[in-house]
Design a protein around this ligand. Structure first.
Ligand SMILES: Cc1cc2nc3c(=O)[nH]c(=O)nc-3n(C[C@H](O)[C@H](O)[C@H](O)COP(=O)(O)OP(=O)(O)OC[C@H]3O[C@@H](n4cnc5c(N)ncnc54)[C@H](O)[C@@H]3O)c2cc1C
Length: 403
């Protein structure tokens, strides 16, 4: 084992996903010496879309990313609801300039690879050698007033602090608190991408579409300046238990899950080259995220179902707040991590809980009935109702919380 010498003000981030890179950027901007250790041999993201609501763009803008984001984002004008079998369409809520005016920053839709690329470029612009690849962490410990990460290749690195941003199957979390116990929700998520030019003309729209139906929910929205349509769907199914970004399914299997749904849904499904499937699991909230000089962020400590579109956004907010706490209380891990958890635990737990509640309402069997959907849309999916429900989420300013 080799051990690099201890450098003061050095922070290791384990995991170079969206959360890890956002945290690294926030820490670098505050003058810390940061290394990101990522297990993958190259720095890239999966082919999928991600929505970043105003509370997330607020942080990304504070990190100086407004211009690079504008080069890759899609900025749809609205979200609409559609009926699973008739295709009837209802306006849901305005995005674009309306959201921007209300919250100060926009709600954007991105290819995950583009967001990841923007973050990686910004990190490397400050510290070209910050990201270390092919570095799979095997253990983390706090010893003699410093933190140490040990890697599968037998090497080790010391630092003042370690941040575990290694995702839903976090090794760092397991090292600190033992194995987690995920519970299967009985639902599976599908995802895939279609080049916009391959879609029928009437589906090439700069808007997000949510299809409501019984035992299923379909969502599609444009990403990469509108050049690609991102497809995500959820279906109640009991026969798939693997929670992974890289497990492929087949187009036939995906089409079969939406038998009887409107032709527009199938027009997209049949053009997805490689659909991927993900078994949706839930975990109880963790009472603590930190031990000694090691803490967690993002999916590593509060993985959430995707029914609020907030998992990635929460990871971005976490990174910003954590960097501020470490700057203010650098010499005192207990206070730095204590304050970080105090500021972030309740908000993220609420996201996890409400996403789980939305999973139940998204699959209501009553939605098989056409009239039931119209009633549901009138009651729950009106712009004003949605605003009331989402205000606490979108208006929050992670860049302005008192540390
Ligand atoms: C279908 C679906 C749709 C979603 N849509 C949205 C959305 O619209 N908006 C939104 O905000 N969120 C969304 N999410 C949630 C979002 O994808 C996650 O919350 C987000 O990716 C979490 O980021 P992270 O950096 O914490 O973890 P990850 O993105 O999982 O990154 C973890 C990184 O750590 C690395 N790593 C893992 N283990 C090790 C190790 N031992 N050593 C070193 N490196 C390691 C991994 O290779 C990876 O690069 C969605 C999720 C799903 C499943």
């Amino acid at each position: 084992m080799t051990a690099e010498s201890f450098v003061s003000h050095k922070i290791l981030v384990i995991g170079g996903g969206i959360g890890g890179l956002a945290a690294a950027l926030a820490l670098l901007k505050r003058g810390f010496d940061v290394e990101v250790h990522e297990q993958a041999p190259e720095l890239k993201e999966v082919g999928a879309g991600i929505q970043i609501s105003s509370n997330g763009t607020r942080v990304l803008y504070a990190l100086g990313l407004e211009e690079p984001l504008k080069r890759v984002q899609a900025l749809p004008a609205r979200r609409v609801i559609r009926h699973w079998s008739t295709g009837e369409t209802w306006n849901w809520f305005d995005l674009g300039p309306v959201t921007q005016a209300r919250y100060g920053t926009p709600h954007v839709m991105l290819h995950r690879g583009d967001l990841h690329g923007v973050l990686a470029e910004a990190v490397r612009a400050i510290e070209p050698d910050a990201v270390k690849l092919g570095r799979r962490v095997a253990d983390v410990v706090t010893v003699n007033g410093h933190a140490e990460a040990r890697f599968e290749d037998g090497s080790a690195v010391r630092a003042d602090y370690i941040v575990g941003a290694d995702g839903i199957h976090s090794k760092v979390r397991a090292c600190l608190f033992g194995a987690d116990r995920p519970e299967f929700t009985g639902a599976v998520a599908w995802r895939g991408l279609v080049p916009m030019e391959k879609l029928p003309e009437h589906l090439r729209q700069m808007q997000g579409v949510n299809w409501l139906g019984p035992q299923g929910h379909v969502l599609h929205y444009p990403v990469r300046r509108g050049e690609i349509m991102n497809f995500i769907s959820f279906v109640e199914r009991d026969d798939w238990r693997i929670e992974s970004w890289v497990t492929q399914g087949t187009s036939g299997e995906l089409a079969n899950d939406y038998r009887g749904w409107h032709a527009d849904v199938h027009a997209i499904v049949e053009r997805i080259e490689t659909p991927y499937k993900w078994a949706m699991m839930v975990r109880g909230p963790m009472p603590r995220w930190s031990r000694g000089r090691v803490t967690l962020l993002g999916d590593a400590c509060h993985p959430t179902l995707p029914f609020l579109g907030q998992g990635g956004v929460m990871a971005i907010e976490d990174g910003y707040v954590l960097a501020a706490c470490l700057e203010k209380h650098f010499g005192d891990p207990e206070t730095a991590f204590g304050r970080y958890e105090e500021l972030r635990r309740e908000r993220t737990a609420t996201v996890v809980r409400k996403s789980h509640e939305n999973r139940r309402s998204a699959f209501s069997p009553a939605l098989a009935d056409k009239n039931a959907i119209a009633v549901e849309v009138a009651r729950e999916w009106q712009q004003e109702r949605v605003r009331e429900r989402m205000e606490w989420l979108y208006a929050y300013d992670a860049t302005a919380v008192a540390i």
